[in-house]
Design a protein. Structure first.
Length: 451
């Protein structure tokens, strides 16, 4: 085994081999690659030569693979893919960031008055215009938004929530855990599948501060069910001087039923129904960067602004720039659907997807003549916890070969990191999420596999 380690080059040899590259960067890359090889050797991997190590270092240097965060091609058919960064950042948002961040900016400076301003003011007008709310506040994600609502108004007090809405999403995020950390006291009512208005009525005590609605994420209860809507809670809340809070999760600004999806409430619907405070994510159906927005009554938002914990959840200037650029697109719904990648992918027609599939099939057959390559109907998912039972009809190019897992691994580890799915001994590339410039990138990788 010790002889195997002798195949690993010494740092002096590496520096001499790549002397034209910056020394510190070379050391950083080489140290990580050598460590990877040592771990592989411990696992029994011995089939390599010293030249392979040099090749790995050269590949990292040339392709900038020393960066941990890299672009990937999403051929999975899941549009808001949490593991792949959720929504693609729109090009116009990137352009806005580049344009403004090249110099100083009025992040916390009021140009009109010549005095200190607030970073929270930049999105107020546009968000209120789009949602119908009196005021709005941006924080760094929706979990932070929920926490701030509860911590500001319900610390030490009861919050009534239906058992059917006690959600858990990725990384064990549970609404009841967030509630406990905020200082609020959870009071569960109803059952998993049925909750009635009288369940809320019977739960209200002198220590109750709020009634809370939570949008189900990644699941849907169907069959013998009963849910109490926010509008049905208005009378009870008014009678007992209670707040109605809502975690709307994905928080769509437009009605998505036009794309064949379920008819779910928008943020504007929640405000119209009388919800006092609504929180939602910015990197899901909004199609922008990570963030969480709270909208609702002006007097309540003002109190959240005074919460000392707000500073721990505040957003940076790049987030504000990207979100403002995105929000402005929603003033014209057709423009938003056309220019925001997430919405554009949801709205893609079968005909457009089939056209892309035919193009990919053509180049794939030319690159891999020994593979069985076909176009098959498939179902895409919106993802990100939204529309858990809804699917969008799509087309995929399927690949069949003797060692399909080797092919999958090759695609995933290639310089373009193609993420596809394998089932029934075939590899599928769903065309719904593959961008226009990515078919040629896939073609490059397929040609290299042939060679």
């Amino acid at each position: 085994m010790q002889n195997i380690y002798k195949k690993l080059p010494k740092m002096d040899e590496i520096i001499e081999r790549f002397k034209d590259h910056p020394k510190n960067l070379l050391k950083y890359i080489s140290t990580n690659i050598l460590e990877d090889y040592r771990e592989k050797i411990k696992s029994g991997f011995v089939d390599f030569e010293m030249e392979d190590v040099f090749s790995s270092i050269e590949k990292n240097l040339n392709n900038e693979e020393y960066f941990s965060l890299r672009r990937a091609i999403n051929a999975s058919g899941v549009i808001i893919h949490t593991n792949l960064g959720r929504s693609i950042v729109p090009q116009f948002a990137l352009d806005r960031i580049e344009q403004v961040s090249k110099g100083y900016m009025n992040l916390e400076y009021n140009i009109e008055k010549g005095e200190r301003g607030s970073r929270y003011d930049h999105l107020r007008k546009i968000v209120c215009e789009l949602t119908g709310a009196e005021d709005a506040l941006l924080v760094n994600n929706n979990a932070a938004a929920v926490f701030l609502m509860l911590n500001t108004f319900c610390q030490g007090s009861e919050v009534v929530v239906s058992r059917g809405e006690l959600v858990e999403i990725g990384e064990s995020f549970r609404i009841n855990e967030i509630m406990g950390r905020s200082g609020a006291i959870l009071k569960e009512v109803g059952s998993t599948n049925r909750t009635h208005l009288y369940d809320y009525e019977n739960a209200v005590t002198e220590n109750t501060k709020a009634l809370m609605k939570v949008h189900p994420s990644d699941y849907k209860v169907v069959g013998f069910t009963k849910e109490v809507t926010a509008s049905e809670l208005k009378g009870l809340a008014k009678e007992n001087d209670l707040l109605i809070l809502e975690d709307l999760g994905s928080g769509s600004l437009i009605n998505m039923s036009k794309f064949g999806l379920s008819d779910e409430r928008t943020v504007k619907d929640s405000i119209r129904e009388g919800v006092d405070l609504v929180s939602f994510s910015c990197d899901k159906l909004l199609g922008s960067v990570q963030g969480g927005i709270i909208v609702g009554r002006r007097d309540l938002i003002a109190k959240i602004r005074k919460n000392q914990l707000l500073r721990a959840f505040r957003v940076g200037k790049l987030t504000i720039m990207a979100l403002e650029a995105t929000m402005i697109k929603f003033l014209d719904e057709d423009v938003a659907i056309r220019e925001i990648p997430t919405l554009r992918m949801i709205a893609k027609t079968k005909e457009d997807i089939l056209k892309s599939a035919e193009e990919l099939k053509k180049v794939a057959k030319a690159a891999l003549p020994n593979f069985e390559i076909e176009i098959e109907e498939c179902n895409s998912k919106v993802g990100g916890g939204t529309y858990p039972v809804d699917t969008l009809l799509s087309y995929a190019v399927s690949f069949k070969t003797d060692d399909i897992m080797k092919f999958e691994s090759y695609l995933r580890l290639s310089r373009h990191h193609i993420i596809a799915t394998v089932r029934d001994n075939k590899l599928y590339m769903d065309l719904r999420c593959i961008q226009d410039d990515e078919i040629s990138m896939i073609e490059e990788i397929l040609k290299e596999y042939k060679n």
